[in-house]
Design a protein around this ligand. Structure first.
Ligand SMILES: Nc1ncnc2c1ncn2[C@@H]1O[C@H](COP(=O)(O)OP(=O)(O)OP(=O)(O)O)[C@@H](O)[C@H]1O
Ligand SMILES: [Mg+2]
Length: 479
């Protein structure tokens, strides 16, 4: 509903007193709203199932249920619908409870027609603004097409596509990937691009919580359920009402809880610890893990039936080393971010050598590591480019270890060695001393090899006299 349509809201009035429903219908219909009435919670529930309403007036005392219960149900089934609770004068506790459960406001009986129409107007306006915000947010999320999940590698583009397609559905998504690859970014994108965007997004890290705590955090408890439970507490699943839950490291959850979670997923109902009654819950589940799920199933750490339930859609986020071209793209992104954050806007880019170091590195910590490397470099940068010395230690020490080059097939070791010498000579401008150092050869050995491979240069000294030959220039191309 847009703001232009404010005049024509669809309103349901629930009260067993005909005088009240009649009066409200008259007042609201006169303002151009379409008004239906119901005498009980049962009747109201049926009406709400039938078609959606923008606003529901609910009397606190209904013959078959409390108004609070009906309110809770309405917000659960259709959280977009606004609810105004009608109460008797002075019932402050109830009013607070109602607001906590998502009521827009309350209306004290007896009321004047002006109060009713003003309140209805504000509730409908509120609803319209909320849905406009959501549309705006969706547009923003769509605009870049990357949902803030940066990357051009085909596998990343494919993830963008999956997010676009899967987000609007309620399908359970399992995100797999090494630590720091951006699983949480993907999960957030899924939430923001879904119709649940204006509802809570709740993250639970199962690996970080002791198992007893996971249970009470997730499912909530009744007062007295265990020592220390001195009051009723809603669990996170309940708190997510209408939103999304991200379960991080789901296989760290003890198996009996996995069974319990599976039941909640199947039945969409749960029981707080120590409670007899079940309550309906509405949430979308996203799980993530940085471990191999098939291995975890084999080991018995992850229940197979739960696995099938949580992985309707599976997304595998590739490690950074599998998408080398994205390194520079992400580096540029983080450079902009941190240059701004630390007020170092003169930093425009990275030097050629820095670029090489970043490109060669293996990124065991993935994007998280890259982000912190760039933050570090920005903090230390003195010039208008990030220089190699701005980079943290690991980039300097690890480069040789992690460097891989592709060697064409069918080459002999001798041919490889010859090529290595030729290229190094080229780099050093034919300087034998430097070439020996770079290749870690004893200099006489290098001379021997130069001779063997037929490189042409100055005379080839023997043994340790080589010291005097520093400036020997070798012609690389000669054979
Ligand atoms: N493609 C990306 N674009 C932009 N930022 C990213 C991207 N991938 C990761 N990041 C950033 O890298 C950091 C780590 O990402 P995130 O927390 O999502 O990783 P994760 O896979 O959930 O890691 P873990 O398994 O350790 O929980 C975050 O600061 C995130 O914003
Ligand atoms: Mg994470």
């Amino acid at each position: 509903m847009s703001r232009q349509q404010l005049q024509g809201g669809r309103i349901l009035v629930v009260d067993d007193e005909a005088s009240v429903t009649g009066a409200l219908k008259l007042i609201l219909a006169e303002k151009g709203h379409e008004v239906k009435t119901a005498k009980s919670a049962t009747e109201a529930t049926a009406a709400l199932k039938d078609r959606p309403y923008d606003l529901v007036f609910i009397d606190l005392r209904l013959p078959d249920q409390s108004g609070i219960e009906l309110l809770t149900r309405v917000k659960m089934d259709a959280h977009e619908t606004e609810v105004i609770l009608m109460t008797a004068h002075g019932s402050l506790d109830v009013t607070i409870e109602a607001i906590k459960r998502g009521a827009f406001y309350y209306l004290e009986k007896p009321f004047t027609p002006e109060q009713v129409s003003a309140l209805a107007y504000r509730a409908l306006q509120f609803k319209a603004v909320k849905s406009e915000n959501r549309t705006l947010k969706n547009a923003l999320v769509d605009s870049g097409g990357d949902f803030g999940f940066i990357g051009r590698h085909p596998k990343i583009r494919q993830i963008h596509e999956v997010v676009r397609t899967a987000a609007p559905s309620d399908a359970a998504v399992l995100i797999e990937g090494e630590s720091g690859t951006g699983k949480e970014v993907v999960a957030t994108a899924l939430h923001l691009a879904s119709s649940r965007a204006d509802r809570p997004f709740i993250r639970i890290n199962c690996a970080a919580l002791p198992s007893e705590l996971i249970e009470s955090e997730l499912f909530g408890y009744r007062k007295g359920a265990f020592t220390g439970a001195d009051r009723d507490k809603r669990g996170l699943i309940e708190a997510a009402s209408g939103g999304t839950i991200l379960l991080d490291e789901i296989a760290e959850m003890p198996t009996h809880l996995q069974t319990k979670l599976l039941r909640v997923l199947q039945e969409r109902r749960l029981r707080r610890l120590g409670d007899e009654q079940e309550i309906g819950v509405d949430f979308r589940l996203i799980s993530s893990t940085n471990r191999d799920t098939s291995l975890m199933i084999d080991e018995g750490a992850l229940r197979k039936d739960l696995y099938f339930r949580i992985s309707t859609i599976k997304i595998r986020v590739p490690p950074l080393r599998e998408r080398p071209d994205d390194v520079m793209l992400l580096a540029a992104h983080f450079l902009r971010r941190y240059a701004e954050k630390y007020n170092k806007n003169r930093i425009r880019g990275v030097s050629q050598t820095t670029h090489e170091l970043l490109a060669r590195y293996d990124w065991p910590g993935n994007v998280r590591e890259l982000e912190s490397v760039i933050e570090h470099a920005v903090l230390f940068a003195q010039e208008d480019q990030l220089m190699p010395e701005d980079l943290p230690e690991q980039l300097h020490s690890a480069q040789a270890k992690n460097f891989r080059c592709v060697i064409p097939p069918f080459l002999t070791m001798e041919e490889i060695e010859r090529e290595a010498i030729a290229q190094t000579l080229e780099r050093t401008g034919g300087n034998v001393k430097k070439t020996a150092e770079m290749l870690n050869y004893h200099r006489p050995t290098l001379y021997r090899k130069l001779k063997k491979f037929g490189f042409k240069g100055g005379h080839t000294p023997q043994g340790d006299e080589a010291e005097s030959q520093d400036a020997d220039a070798y012609n690389v191309s000669a054979n």
